[in-house]
Design a protein around this ligand. Structure first.
Ligand SMILES: Nc1ncnc2c1ncn2[C@@H]1O[C@H](COP(=O)(O)OP(=O)(O)OP(=O)(O)O)[C@@H](O)[C@H]1O
Ligand code: NI
Length: 265
């Protein structure tokens, strides 16, 4: 498999209150073109920092060493065009005073050089693809007129509007109730497959990660502690920490998770 991105010895430190917090320590990780890779770990383990570093979105208060190479791209990645980003809270990524259609169209216009008319046509098509019940009225809807799940669908449509190679979903379903969460996971899986995107799925929920990902990377205290196929991580973890994450989720019985991951009959 060819690599889309290769992360080499990545260390990220934030300055805070005169001190320093090391959020990532010497991370080495390859992301294969077209794979679905999950990043899991508890709160503060550095998952979002990794996502932001990959997307080139780290705040100015951070210091970075190491590097991220993009053998799968012909050029340095441009956020929004080559990398789509979906955040936990769609209200934070959507502009409250702009219609859903315009927010999606703007991405298409900016990165694909479309006219507004072409960009709105594309936005409508994207709203159909993310299965908004009434794409025509959704085009004209403001974020507050949509449910949480619908807003997340709009945010996903905007994230993929420029046809990115890589889609990063950082806790994209964590704020949603279980049923909507499952729908959004299914949506992400379908879109990634249809467009041949690479997926980086970030979650504290090992079960959700197992449902969607082919490989899982386990982070703890800023370090990558275990990396393997979903079957390995869920069925035969080598690290006590990974086992603890599994146990916390399912007690001592791994069977339900394996079933969810489609690894058993
Ligand atoms: N902008 C920032 N300024 C200072 N420290 C930060 C900043 N962002 C994150 N941190 C710190 O860096 C560490 C890693 O945070 P990060 O958000 O990457 O973890 P996470 O695994 O995404 O956690 P969560 O599951 O809660 O989202 C934590 O100690 C956090 O407090
Ligand atoms: Ni996070």
């Amino acid at each position: 498999m060819t690599a889309l991105a290769t992360i080499r010895d990545l260390t990220v430190t934030y300055r805070r209150d005169g001190g320093e917090v090391t959020a990532l320590k010497g991370i080495n990780l390859g992301i294969a073109s077209g794979e679905r890779l999950a990043i899991i770990g508890e709160s503060g383990s550095g998952k979002s920092t990794l996502a932001l570093a990959i997307a080139g979105l780290l705040p100015a208060s951070s210091a970075v060493s190491g590097r991220i190479e993009w053998p799968g791209l012909a050029h340095a990645p441009l956020g929004g065009r080559d990398i789509g980003f979906v955040f936990q809270d769609p209200s934070a990524s959507l502009d409250p005073v702009m219609t859903a259609g315009k927010q999606i169209a703007e991405v298409a216009r900016t990165h694909l050089g479309l006219t507004w008319a072409q960009a709105f046509a594309k936005a409508k098509h994207l709203l159909e693809r993310v299965r908004l019940p009434d794409p025509d009225s959704a085009l004209r809807a403001f974020p507050h007129q949509l449910s949480g799940g619908q807003k997340q669908r709009v945010a996903i449509a905007a994230a993929i509007a420029a046809g990115p190679k890589l889609l990063i979903a950082d806790e994209a379903t964590s704020a949603l109730d279980t049923i909507v969460q499952a729908e959004i996971v299914a949506l992400i899986r379908r879109l990634v497959t249809e467009d041949g995107m690479t997926l980086l799925f970030i979650s504290h929920d090992i079960a959700l990660a197992a449902e969607l990902a082919e490989r899982i990377a386990v982070f703890r205290h800023g370090q990558l502690v275990e990396l393997g196929t979903t079957a390995q991580i869920v069925g035969a973890p080598t690290q006590p920490y990974t086992r603890a994450l599994l146990d916390a989720h399912i007690g001592l019985d791994a069977e339900p998770l394996l079933n969810r991951a489609g690894l058993h009959a």
